[in-house]
Design a protein around this ligand. Structure first.
Ligand SMILES: *[C@@H]1O[C@H](CO)[C@@H](O)[C@H](O)[C@H]1NC(C)=O
Ligand SMILES: *[C@@H]1O[C@H](CO)[C@@H](O)[C@H](O)[C@H]1NC(C)=O
Ligand SMILES: *[C@@H]1O[C@H](CO)[C@@H](O)[C@H](O)[C@H]1NC(C)=O
Ligand SMILES: *[C@@H]1O[C@H](CO)[C@@H](O)[C@H](O)[C@H]1NC(C)=O
Ligand SMILES: *[C@@H]1O[C@H](CO)[C@@H](O)[C@H](O)[C@H]1NC(C)=O
Ligand SMILES: *[C@@H]1O[C@H](CO)[C@@H](O)[C@H](O)[C@H]1NC(C)=O
Ligand SMILES: *[C@@H]1O[C@H](CO)[C@@H](O)[C@H](O)[C@H]1NC(C)=O
Ligand SMILES: *[C@@H]1O[C@H](CO)[C@@H](O)[C@H](O)[C@H]1NC(C)=O
Ligand SMILES: *[C@@H]1O[C@H](CO)[C@@H](O)[C@H](O)[C@H]1NC(C)=O
Length: 844
């Protein structure tokens, strides 16, 4: 039955896509060309669109000698087969000619830098031009992918090029000297004439201090899309765009500092499009969802809501901001005014969305051009900040943003290409700790440098110090992390004075304590003159080890920024104190919501979303920065939940340090494990890999499923250890007997089975049998998808097949002993809050 359902799933997806497409989008492109390069026949991509194979391409003169078709050597988990799994390898200059109508076109180029017929694309550098514009120059898709904050295996680039009358669109691929080019997919889609470019007599606001307030460009300028975000909402996939197949990403990972308030859901508002903002401008979901500063005007007046966007230096950028006033309390102009700063310059002093739209629910967008000067760093951040204006009604001191697009404009010579990013990460990995390679214990050197330092209250905690390090290919890179830099990165996070810390915690008042452990005490405090809550961790000792941990935590945390990692606001090291200031997590730890708690049980979907978030955070730790970071203490009490229930991994990297010299190939790190979570292989063989985190995470998954701690010593022997106990039930196919009884009627059987399979694979005794965190993330997302599909089918139809039914056993005997407290009843109101489901695969 379940097998059948699994077979049907892709079909269900397809039907869904099909019906969604029935709602005719506001814009129908006159041209839409999709070429799946290297494919011999036509095929559909996941979004249901049909791509043409290019074996007998009418656009490109491919020839099997100079441009063979080729298949990728492996399919990464998030990699769609179409168009990414096949490619054209291009050995000499090649021009594809598209006979299209005059007008602006989106040109989207898709790259999956894998190995093709034994040819590694890490050696591929090439230039792409479209008519007289240089889109990419000496471009390396491999470097582009490797440089991402959150690594994704593929990249697509989007450009807007206007094709003139009596002109064709010519795309030319030119390999760099002694290199080759490759391409997986090409998409050409037309767009409305004046969507992004204007006539010369229309002008753009030019944000540039003391200079000409206007900037002009017309359709002779080509653009590259660098960001397109549905601010405060989630991902809007290309098929849900207004007909141009643009993808709108989630904005949260670009936020700097306080995240404001995401208004992710609104279904009682109908967006009233206008002549100035036609319905194709942006999908209605972009305008209904938004991010505001927060509910407390006095707090809002004290901070800036800020985003930072890495961009190439030396270009001008078009920044398009989308707004829509949807609050019923706003009834007139001048009620709600705010500043818009771009790169710290005032782009708008009295933004008044109601006034701009001339009413509620009317969308508007504002365009600004900003020059990012050519300075030494090839990359700079483009800053966007919002701040309430004092002239607004004090009741409404707030600011909003619904959507954002940032485009790079070509330089006067028609060039759009920036340099390749500098990727400090090594192209090769140390064989013992590589992401995909198996851990071969014998070849791995482990240096033990430490000793036991403490214990936590509720479980025996094993602390040991081990050193593990992934060798870097370039000595240059090694040296950058070689020494424990004692200068702290004041540019990356804020330094607080002791007086500020004392004021914020009422002089470390006991009533402010929100946690404690071997490391010290955590207080809730209010920083920025009492306006912003923060978690303030005061380290206990000023031992030599403590100092090092303190420094490295700051160094690491200021480098590692991810929506699923708790972020560091600042630190204080006055008066021999070591204090770390983190963002405050209103919903506490995941453990707080599973057992030993009075809070209402979490619905299954939310549990899945929390697990996905935490898995993404760990995946980022393992693979996201140039050095693999192993958490070493993954447990439900180290997974924190923010006000939108987004999971954030905390307490990581406390003791990670770089190697002391160039030829030393190991990093000293403190290895900690909590009893019940500890990887048995690591314990036995004392070899630490990312897979130890995977094991601990598997234990967390079981906790989430059963709502009980990993160890309960006063139970019958076979039930003491959660992993052992659950494994027995799993092997009998009886996992449903030990799940949290509160999940009954909520959890779907398909998702339970998938979830059980994931948890079981994570807690395998042998590390190499465990999946990577990337695999785990993907599988959990799949479990969520299974759950949502099954639920939809249950609610949509009466004749539910057995396999889709929600589990509803009456047999809770099994659980009454072991599955956490059940004295409270299930809250059916699922609080209306959806947790942010961030789309990490940044396809930008
Ligand atoms: C470019 O813009 C001009 C007006 O500025 C317009 O007359 C012309 O038709 C446009 N060309 C194309 C190909 O869209
Ligand atoms: C584009 O380049 C071609 C030569 O490659 C040249 O003939 C043509 O005038 C150029 N067009 C523009 C608009 O600069
Ligand atoms: C292309 O880029 C690579 C890496 O950024 C660089 O090493 C190489 O010299 C560049 N080649 C050319 C022709 O600019
Ligand atoms: C498109 O929108 C529908 C309905 O909101 C949603 O269920 C689906 O996941 C979306 N698809 C993509 C690819 O964003
Ligand atoms: C939409 O906005 C216009 C003004 O731009 C207004 O006249 C019209 O009544 C609005 N329609 C709805 C349904 O609110
Ligand atoms: C904007 O100001 C912040 C400090 O307030 C600074 O760190 C940043 O570099 C500035 N950004 C630009 C683009 O000048
Ligand atoms: C907000 O940003 C602007 C521009 O960078 C800056 O002048 C101002 O001081 C900031 N305000 C706060 C409260 O940080
Ligand atoms: C805003 O108004 C308050 C009180 O009216 C004043 O104290 C504060 O300095 C003002 N801030 C700015 C940025 O003008
Ligand atoms: C883009 O390139 C075209 C053609 O070279 C040029 O006419 C135009 O001025 C450039 N745009 C900008 C903003 O420099």
């Amino acid at each position: 039955m379940i097998g059948l359902l699994l077979l049907l799933l892709p079909l269900l997806d397809f039907i869904f896509v099909f019906t969604a497409a029935q709602n005719r989008p506001p814009y129908t492109p006159t041209e839409s060309i999709l070429i799946n390069c290297g494919a011999s026949s036509d095929d559909a991509s996941q979004d249901g669109r049909r791509w043409n194979g290019d074996a007998q391409s009418k656009f490109c003169p491919f020839n099997s000698q100079t441009s063979p078709l080729s298949e990728a050597s492996q399919q990464g988990h998030s990699v769609d087969r179409v168009p990414y799994m096949t490619a054209r390898i291009i050995h000499s200059k090649l021009t594809c000619t598209f006979p299209v109508l005059p007008g602006p076109k989106f040109v989207r180029l898709y790259f999956y830098p894998d190995t093709y017929s034994g040819l590694s694309t890490s050696a591929s550098f090439f230039t792409v031009t479209a008519n007289n514009y240089t889109l990419l120059s000496n471009f390396s898709a491999y470097l582009a992918v490797s440089a991402k904050i959150q690594p994704v295996p593929y990249v697509f680039k989007e450009f807007i090029v206007t094709v003139w009358d009596n002109q064709e669109l010519k795309l030319t691929f030119t390999p760099s000297p002694s290199s080759f080019a490759f391409i997986n997919g090409v998409e050409i889609v037309s767009l409305p004439n004046y969507l992004y470019t204007k006539d010369m007599d229309n002008r753009y606001t030019f944000v540039y201090s003391d200079s000409n307030p206007f900037f002009y460009f017309d359709n002779s300028t080509s653009l590259e899309t660098v960001y397109r975000l549905n601010v405060g909402g989630g991902l809007v996939g290309n098929i849900n765009d207004t007909g141009m197949f643009r993808t709108w990403f989630d904005d949260s990972k670009y936020i700097f500092g306080a995240t404001g308030l995401a208004h992710e859901w609104r279904d009682d508002v109908t967006i009233n499009y206008t002549k100035d903002t036609p319905a194709y401008t942006a999908p209605a979901t972009v305008y209904t969802t938004k991010r505001s500063m927060g509910a407390e005007p006095s707090v809002n007046l004290k901070y800036n809501l800020t985003w930072r966007f890495p961009v190439d230096s030396g270009f001008s950028y078009l920044v398009r901001l989308h707004f829509c006033e949807t609050e019923e309390s706003i009834t007139d102009t001048n009620q709600w005014l705010f500043f818009i700063f771009i790169n710290n310059m005032t782009a708008e002093a009295e933004a008044d969305v109601f006034h701009w739209g001339r009413g509620r629910d009317i969308p508007v967008y504002k365009d600004y051009v900003i020059q990012v000067p050519k300075e030494s760093p090839i990359n700079q951040d483009l800053w966007l900040s919002l701040h309430p204006n004092n002239h607004s009604n004090p009741k409404y001191a707030d600011a909003i943003l619904n959507g954002l697009e940032i485009f790079k404009l070509n330089k006067s010579d028609g060039n759009l290409a920036g340099p390749n990013p500098e990727v400090p990460a090594p192209p090769e990995q140390h064989p013992s700790l590589g992401r995909r390679t198996k851990s071969k214990g014998s070849s791995e050197t482990i240096v033990i440098v430490g000793a036991v330092i403490g214990a936590f209250a509720f479980a025996v905690v094993v602390f040991s110090f081990f050193c593990v390090y992934r060798r870097k290919a370039k000595a240059k890179d090694t040296s950058s992390s070689a020494t424990i830099a004692l200068s702290l990165p004041t540019d990356l996070c804020r330094k607080f004075t002791m007086a500020e810390i004392r004021a914020s915690t009422r002089n470390f008042d006991d009533q402010n304590i929100i946690g404690s452990g071997g490391f010290g005490t955590v207080y809730k405090g209010y920083i920025e003159s009492g306006s912003i809550p923060a978690a303030i961790k005061r380290l206990a000792s000023s031992s030599k080890q403590g100092i090092r941990e303190f420094h490295t935590e700051i160094q690491m945390l200021s480098k590692l920024r991810h929506v699923h990692l708790v972020s560091l606001i600042g630190y204080c090291n006055d008066q021999d104190e070591m204090i770390l200031v983190y963002e405050y997590m209103p919903h506490g730890t995941l453990q707080d919501h599973l057992y030993k708690t009075m809070s209402p049980p979490l619905p299954w979907k939310q549990r899945l979303e929390i697990c996905i978030g935490a898995a993404r955070g760990l995946h980022y730790l393992h693979t996201g920065s140039n050095q693999s970071v192993i958490h070493r203490d993954v447990k439900s009490s180290n997974i924190l939940l923010d006000r939108n229930w987004v999971a954030k991994v905390s307490d990581f990297g406390l003791s990670k340090t770089g190697p002391a010299g160039e030829d030393q190939t190991h990093v000293s790190t403190v290895v900690r494990g909590s009893f019940g979570y500890l990887d048995p292989e690591y314990y036995r063989r004392q070899q630490l890999t990312e897979k130890s985190d995977v094991y601990s995470f598997g234990v967390v998954l079981l906790e989430v499923l059963c709502s009980r701690p990993p160890v309960i010593s006063n139970l019958p022997k076979e039930e003491v250890i959660l992993v052992e106990w659950a494994r027995k039930y799993y092997q009998r196919g009886a996992l449903d007997q030990i799940i949290d009884p509160q999940l009954k009627g909520d959890i779907t059987l398909v998702s339970l089975n998938k979830f059980g399979e994931i948890a079981d694979s994570c807690v395998r005794d042998v590390a190499i049998e465990r999946p990577t965190m990337g695999d785990v993330t993907w599988s959990l997302e799949f479990a969520l998808q299974l759950h949502e599909t099954a639920e939809k089918n249950v609610s949509a139809r009466d004749d539910v097949s057995e396999s889709q039914k929600l589990i509803n056993t009456d047999d809770d005997e099994q659980c009454t002993i072991s599955c956490g407290p059940m004295s409270y009843s299930r809250s059916t109101a699922s609080t209306g809050e959806r947790s942010t489901s961030n789309y990490d695969a940044d396809k930008k």
